[in-house]
Design a protein around this ligand. Structure first.
Ligand code: SAH
Ligand code: MG
Length: 215
């Protein structure tokens, strides 16, 4: 399967912010959780992480909910560090990554395994009901947004499931600190429920423990 993913990304230049090793880790964890629940990602952008997670879901007959308002984060806006002119919609005068996302999903043949949800993380978290096997957080990186996403979506992870958080850096020199602070807050508040199981690049996996695993 690693080869299939390498071939896919070799033949299609998919815009995005995820290392291949991190993507493979997402793929591995998504495969683990079929009997625990569906997968959900916050921050799909042009669908790079979606391909790794979605392929695992396709193989295991699971579903990925791919959540993004597709208006870009702060750093994607005009004049900011990660602004990409290709994503700028002349009619609305705004960033819109959704057409790029749709193209990626079609190229990877994941239409039947990925359900796009075009809304903000906040709006969806308020109405979400279904316990999830894996939640991948890679949305807005302001302190307020990162804190919201980690704390709100942690609630929706089923026991035995995983919360994966991207862009965790030990020092400000390496990268923004908001995701790490949010993760630490969760571990502080609910220390007994979560165990850090692995870090790959800047991607950290936390497991929500079953009551039988609680010490
Ligand atoms: N996972 C992607 C990169 C995500 S970039 C990859 O693999 O390449 C961050 C994305 O989060 C952007 O597309 C942005 O539109 C989205 N985002 C930022 N804040 C959000 C929010 N509050 N709700 C939903 N999506 C958000
Ligand atoms: Mg990221």
């Amino acid at each position: 399967m690693q080869n299939k993913l390498i071939d896919f990304f070799d033949s299609h230049a998919i815009k995005g912010f995820l290392q291949h090793e991190e993507g493979l880790a997402l793929y591995r964890y998504a495969l683990k959780v079929r009997i625990v629940g569906a997968c959900l990602e916050i921050g799909s952008y042009c669908g790079k992480s979606t391909v790794y997670l979605g392929l695992a879901c396709k193989e295991s007959e699971n579903t990925l909910f791919a959540v993004d308002h597709h208006g870009g984060s702060e750093e994607h806006q005009i004049g900011e560090e990660y602004y990409d002119q290709d994503l700028f919609d002349q009619t609305t005068q705004r960033i819109n990554s959704f057409p790029w996302f749709q193209r990626t999903i079609e190229l990877a043949d994941l239409q039947c395994s990925v359900i796009p949800i075009v809304t903000s993380s906040q709006t969806l978290a308020l109405v979400w009901q279904q316990p999830l096997g894996l939640v991948f957080i890679d949305g807005g990186h302001s302190e307020q947004q990162a804190m919201h996403d980690v704390l709100a979506w942690a609630k929706h992870v089923a026991n035995g499931g995983y919360l994966a958080i991207h862009d965790i850096y030990a020092t400000p020199e390496e990268g923004g600190q908001a995701p790490r602070l949010a993760m630490e807050k969760l571990l502080q508040q609910q220390a007994a429920d979560w165990q850090m199981v692995e870090q790959v690049g800047s991607l950290v996996f936390l497991k929500k423990l079953h009551s039988s695993e609680l010490g």
